[in-house]
Design a protein around this ligand. Structure first.
Ligand SMILES: *Cc1c(COP(=O)(O)O)cnc(C)c1O
Length: 384
C-alpha cells in the first residue's frame, strides 16, 4: 500500500480530448504535449492511455531529447516533436531516430545540412518563427538566410513551421495574439512565394485551440486542456462568451487525483505550538493528523496555515508549516478518523473538491505549476 500516490482517470482524458477535437476541423492534427512528465501526470501513464486509444492524438510534443527517448524506448511510433533546444552534438541522433525537432538558428541548420549530406536520412525539422514572444524563434532578419540555404537543397525541406503565443491565456483582449498570427501568416507566405512548401503549420496551444479556429492551421498542440484544466479564468470566460451553446461545466475534467494516507494522529492541549517556527498555536484542544507529504513532493510551502485537504468528504485545514515530507492537519471535527485513512490533496471527496486551481489561487501560482511540480517519484496509477 502506498502512502502517497496519484490516480489518473483514463475516461476523463479520453473525454477531454474528444471534446477538444470537436472544436477542430477533421483535417487538423492534434499533438499531445507531454513535457514535464506530462504536466506531472506521469508521461508513461499518459502515453500508455493515448497509445491504447490510437486515434485520439496524432503525435506527441516534448521539451527534451531525453523525454523523446523515453517515448521511443516505450515503442511509440507516432511522431514525437522536440520543442526545446537540441544541442548540435545530439542532432545526428535526433535525425537518426526520426524525431521531429525545432530549428531556429543558422548554426543548427548548417549542422543538419551537413548530417543530411552524409547519412541521407530525412530530417523532420520545424522552423520556429519569432512573432513576439521573445523566446526561441527565427528573427525576421534571418529569414532570408534560412531561405537561401533551404531553397536549393531538396533533402533539407522543413516538415513544419510554427510559433507560440505570448499573451493568449492572460487576457480577454486578444489583439496581441492577432498580431502574432498575422506575422506568422506573412512568414508562411514568404516561404510559399519562394516555392518552399511546408506541410504542417501550427500555432495553437490550448487557449488558442479553444478560442480561435483561425489559429488551428494544420495542427494544434494540446497541453493543459487535455489534462482537464482551463488555461486561465480569462480563457474560460472568453470561451463561454464565444461558444455559448457549449456547456462549459464538464467540458474539461481534471484527470489527476493526488492522495495520501494518515501516518499518525495525536491529541494536543489548548495553547500548544505545533510545527517548525511555532507558526501555529492551538486555540482549543485539538486532534492533529500527520500526513506523509511535503514541499519536496511538490506540495507547496505557501499552503502552510493556508489551505485544506479532504477526508471522507470533509475539509481538514492545514496547520503550521509544511515540512519537507510532512504536513499537519486539524482533524478535531473528524472524530472517526484513523491512521492509514485516505486523504485527498487534489481531487474529489464526497461533494467537496480541491482542484489544482484551488491550490494555485491559495499559493499565488497557476494550475500548470501546481501539477507539473508534483514530484516524479510518486507512483501514478491509471484508474477507470
Ligand atoms: C507547453 C507548450 C504548449 C502547450 O501549452 P498549453 O497551454 O499547456 O496547451 C504548446 N506549445 C508550446 C511551444 C509549448 O511550449
Amino acid at each position: 500500500m502506498d502512502n502517497l500516490y496519484i490516480e489518473i482517470s483514463e475516461s476523463s482524458l479520453i473525454r477531454n480530448i474528444n471534446n477538444l477535437r470537436s472544436l477542430l476541423s477533421v483535417k487538423v492534427k492534434a499533438f499531445a504535449v507531454v513535457k514535464a512528465n506530462a504536466y506531472g501526470h506521469g508521461i508513461d501513464q499518459i502515453v500508455t492511455i493515448l497509445e491504447r486509444h490510437g486515434n485520439l492524438v496524432d503525435g506527441y510534443a516534448v521539451h527534451s531529447l531525453t523525454e523523446a527517448l523515453s517515448l521511443y524506448n516505450n515503442g511509440v511510433s507516432k511522431p514525437v516533436l522536440i520543442m526545446g533546444y537540441v544541442p548540435k552534438s545530439s542532432l545526428e541522433e535526433v535525425i537518426d531516430k526520426g524525431f521531429h525537432f525545432v530549428l531556429y538558428n543558422l548554426d543548427a541548420l548548417k549542422k543538419v545540412e551537413d548530417i543530411v549530406s552524409k547519412n541521407r536520412k530525412k530530417p523532420f525539422f520545424h522552423l520556429k518563427i519569432e512573432t513576439g514572444t521573445g523566446r526561441q524563434g527565427i528573427d525576421q532578419q534571418d529569414i532570408d538566410r534560412f531561405i537561401e540555404i533551404i531553397k536549393p537543397n531538396s533533402s533539407l525541406q522543413p516538415t513544419g513551421i510554427y510559433t507560440h503565443f505570448a499573451n493568449i491565456e492572460d487576457s480577454t483582449r486578444h489583439f496581441y495574439a492577432k498580431e502574432q498570427l498575422e506575422k506568422f501568416v506573412r512568414m508562411c507566405d514568404r516561404f510559399e512565394s519562394e516555392g518552399i512548401k511546408i506541410p504542417i503549420r501550427h500555432t495553437a496551444c490550448s487557449a488558442a485551440a479553444l478560442l480561435f479556429p483561425e489559429s488551428h492551421f494544420d495542427m494544434v498542440r494540446l497541453g493543459i486542456s487535455m489534462y482537464g484544466y482551463w488555461p486561465s479564468r480569462e480563457t474560460l470566460l472568453s470561451f463561454s462568451q464565444r461558444f455559448n451553446k457549449i456547456d462549459v461545466n464538464g467540458f474539461l475534467k481534471p484527470l489527476l487525483s493526488w492522495k495520501c494516507r494518515v501516518s499518525q494522529i495525536k491529541n494536543i492541549e489548548k495553547g500548544e505550538y505545533i510545527g517548525y517556527g511555532l507558526s501555529y498555536k492551538t486555540t482549543y484542544p485539538s486532534k492533529i493528523a500527520i500526513l506523509p507529504v511535503g514541499y519536496s513532493d511538490g506540495y507547496d510551502r505557501k499552503l502552510s496555515n493556508n489551505s485544506w485537504v479532504l477526508i471522507g468528504g470533509e475539509r481538514a485545514p492545514i496547520r503550521a508549516r509544511i515540512c519537507m515530507n510532512i504536513t499537519l492537519l486539524d482533524v478535531t471535527h473528524i472524530p472517526e478518523i484513523s491512521v492509514e485513512d485516505e486523504v485527498t490533496l487534489i481531487g474529489k471527496s464526497g461533494t467537496e473538491e480541491v482542484t489544482a486551481d484551488t491550490l494555485a489561487s491559495l499559493s499565488d501560482s497557476i494550475n500548470y505549476e501546481i501539477v507539473s511540480r508534483i514530484a516524479h517519484h510518486i507512483p501514478r496509477y491509471i484508474v477507470d
